[in-house]
Design a protein around this ligand. Structure first.
Ligand code: B16
Ligand code: MG
Length: 221
């Protein structure tokens, strides 16, 4: 029998809430203002990676070079626009299937953490009214190395007081699955099997995950 794990780490964007569409609107507006466009396919490559990495990538696509102060200003104005776009996020924006699993883990005293690249993660969890449920929140403000580096998940495990190989990670991005693998954690991919094939399990969305799956993998008593 497979050994049972003690804790869960959730990615944010693409697992708990779909903020990718708002990142896309804000990055696209910035690119358009600079005179080029970005596609939804290109946006896929920005999932799970840091804000700095995203901007570097986008400027590369547009073949645009900027000074360091300009780079900072672009990041700032994109984020202001993004924050406006997400200002009305509320409980209804939780992705289907997430709340019942959080409630189930909570009822069974299974600790869970957030492991997100986003520097806006705390505000987003507050908007969704689930911030109080997490035993630990590790986000883009707490790390120096972005996914696929395992740092964000390793810090989360440490804060949970659980060894990395006792954690189950839910991730929607390739970079995140790689980070979980490098952290030595069991990983569930949420999304496309073709993209997330390196995860231990893949489900098309969170509503496919039931309490039976949780019981198989996590110590719930
Ligand atoms: P911010 P995750 C990631 O969140 C997003 O997937 C990624 O597209 C974004 O660039 C990154 O957060 C940084 O976000 O600009 O809010 O700091 O999937 O790691 O929860
Ligand atoms: Mg994600």
């Amino acid at each position: 029998m497979m050994n049972k794990l003690k804790a869960v780490i959730f990615d944010l964007d693409g697992v708990i809430v779909d903020t990718a569409r708002f990142h896309y609107i804000a990055w696209r507006k910035m690119a358009n203002d600079l005179g080029f466009d970005i596609t939804l396919e290109q946006n896929e490559q920005l999932k799970g990676v840091s804000r700095v990495h995203s901007l570097n990538q986008i400027l590369g696509w547009g073949n645009i070079q900027v000074s360091q102060p300009e780079f900072e200003a672009l990041m700032r104005s994109k984020n202001e626009h993004y924050l406006e776009l997400i200002s009305n996020l509320n409980q209804e924006d939780l992705l289907p299937g997430v709340q019942p699993i959080l409630d189930y883990l909570h009822q069974h005293q299974v600790p869970f953490a957030l492991g997100s690249a986003s520097r806006n993660a705390r505000a987003i969890l507050r908007g969704l009214k689930i911030d109080g449920m997490f035993s630990a929140i590790v986000d883009g403000n707490d790390v120096t190395k972005a996914k696929p580096h395992p740092e964000v998940f390793l810090i989360a495990a440490e804060k949970l007081g659980v060894a990395p190989d006792q954690c189950l990670v839910f991730e929607d991005a390739q970079a995140g699955v790689e980070a979980a693998n490098r952290a030595g954690m069991r990983c569930v991919g949420i999304g496309d099997q073709n993209i997330l094939g390196k995860a231990d399990y893949v489900f098309s969305d969170f509503s496919q995950i039931n309490t039976e799956f949780i019981n198989q993998h996590i110590l719930t008593d």
